[in-house]
Every structure is written in C-alpha cells, then in structure tokens.
Write a protein that binds this ligand. Structure first.
Ligand SMILES: [Ca+2]
Ligand SMILES: [Ca+2]
Length: 271
C-alpha cells in the first residue's frame, strides 16, 4: 500500500513537472513574439496606407470567390479557458477578438482573411485602467514542414500585422520566412528573410486580408500546416491586455505537444 502511494506520488510529481515545463515554454514564446513584428515596422513605410502601393486592389466579390475555406473561432478566451500566464485582465476588446479565418489560393498566392468582432481603430483605444492600448497585433506562426526541429521553436514562417499607437509608424503587414533553427528570437529573426505583404483592410476595418507568396513561404495547395493564430493588445499597464487565439473544431491539432503553444492544424486550399 505504501509503495503504491509512493508510485502515485512520483507520477503526480512527474506530471506536474511536465505540465510546468509545457506552460513555461508556452509562456516564453507567447511573451516574446514581438521582435519580428517590430521588424516589419522597420521596413519601408512608403505605400503602406490605404490605396497605396501595398493595398490589395481586389474587390470584395473577387476576394470572396477566392476564399474557399473558413475556420470559425469558437472560443473567446473566457476566464476558464485562458492559460494562467496570459491571465491579465480579461476584457473584451472587439478589435482583438478573432471571429474567423478564411483561406483561398489563386495563382502563386495564398490569401488569408482574418475577421474581428470590431473595427481595428486608427486611434488608441482607452483601457479600463484609464490608460491606452499601445500595440495591436495579429500573428500567424506556421510550422510549415510539421517538424519542431526546424525553425524557431518549430516555426518556419511568421505572417502578421501590427499597429503601434505610440509612434507615427503606419500599419505593419508582412512576413518573416526562412527562419533558421535558432531558439533565441532576436537571433533567429535577424537571420530570417522578411518582406511586406500586400493587404486589404486594417485600420478602420474589422478585417485584414494578407497575400502570401506560397513559394517563399514553402507552402503548397493541399498541404497541412501547424499554426498558432492569435491577436493581442498591449496596454500601458499590461503586456497581455487582451489575447484571443483561433480555436476551431475543423482545425483541431492532434499531434504531439508543440512548442508554439496554442496550435491548430489547417489545410492550404487547392484553389
Ligand atoms: Ca474569438
Ligand atoms: Ca518547422
């Protein structure tokens, strides 16, 4: 009886330790995913405005005909669902509440449309603490080759958009690719390649469409890709003032633990 108790206690300790490790790794990546986004802002700022060089001049009808696959977000990261390390204030900031992700392929491009509950404001929203939101970000981490030993903690490509309210930089919308297998974020991102993506939506809209060149990203139609898709806001008071990650039943990931955190599994449409 005593031995059994000892074994049970040992198992509990191992379980607790491994859970702690998983959360520690998740917290690390979730908290340090900013460097690369800021890198996008450092790229040329010309042509980023609505109607500018990088504005996707496709009609809504044309885009809708391309976007053939939809993942509806079923979780709004309520108090119960939110991991402890992200449990800063649970407020509803509609511009960071993802409602769906739509995908489509045309020619050499993958089109990704993310929709939010509310419009992404051009001016910083006020927080419940009386301060302001500093940064709005939307992030897609991709483990393109489904191999955690390649890329930054498995991540080979990062696609996203960013608005930093306390600066006069515009709306950032781009991709970092060819990410080397280096665990340190700064080092990995410095050695990776980057480019601005054509986009539609953003500030003043409740959606963002990003046009991803498939070959550069290492993507092919029909391919399964492990992703972490989330939006968050940093305020003067909190690193994670809000946080919402896509959770869709048709994107459930069933593989082994992944260092990227809140992973889902999506299929690149065949066009
Ligand atoms: Ca949501
Ligand atoms: Ca990988």
């Amino acid at each position: 009886m005593k031995d059994r108790r000892k074994v049970a206690a040992a198992i509990l300790i191992v379980l607790a330790a491994s859970l702690g490790l998983i959360f520690a790794v998740q917290a690390k990546i979730a908290n340090e995913r900013v460097e690369w986004l800021m890198q996008l802002l450092a790229l040329s700022t010309s042509g980023r405005e609505e109607g500018g060089e990088y504005w996707l001049s496709m009609s809504d009808e044309e885009l809708n005909s391309i976007l053939t696959v939809k993942y509806v977000d079923e979780a709004d990261w309520t108090e119960e669902e939110t991991p402890e390390e992200l449990k800063e204030p649970r407020v509803n900031l509609p511009s960071t509440n993802i409602t769906s992700i739509s995908l489509g392929v045309k020619g050499e491009y993958l089109y990704i449309k993310v929709e939010f509950e509310g419009v992404i404001p051009g001016q910083p929203p006020k927080t419940e603490e009386g301060g302001y939101v500093l940064t709005w970000t939307f992030t897609i981490l991709m483990d393109v080759d489904n191999d955690t030993s390649t890329g930054w903690h498995g991540i080979d490509v990062l696609v996203g958009a960013v608005k930093r309210y306390n600066s006069d930089e515009g709306f950032g919308h781009g991709m970092v690719y060819n990410v080397p297998s280096i665990p340190d974020e700064e080092e990995a991102m410095q050695q990776a390649d980057e480019l601005l993506l054509r986009y539609k939506g953003g500030l003043g809209y409740n959606y963002v469409v990003l046009e991803v060149p498939m070959e550069k990203a290492g993507l092919q139609p029909g391919q399964t890709v492990i992703v972490d898709i989330h939006a968050e806001a940093e305020s003067e008071e909190f690193h994670h003032y809000t946080f919402d990650a896509l959770t869709a039943h048709n994107a459930t990931y069933s593989g082994p633990d992944h260092p990227a955190g809140y992973v889902q599994q999506i299929v690149i449409p065949t066009g």
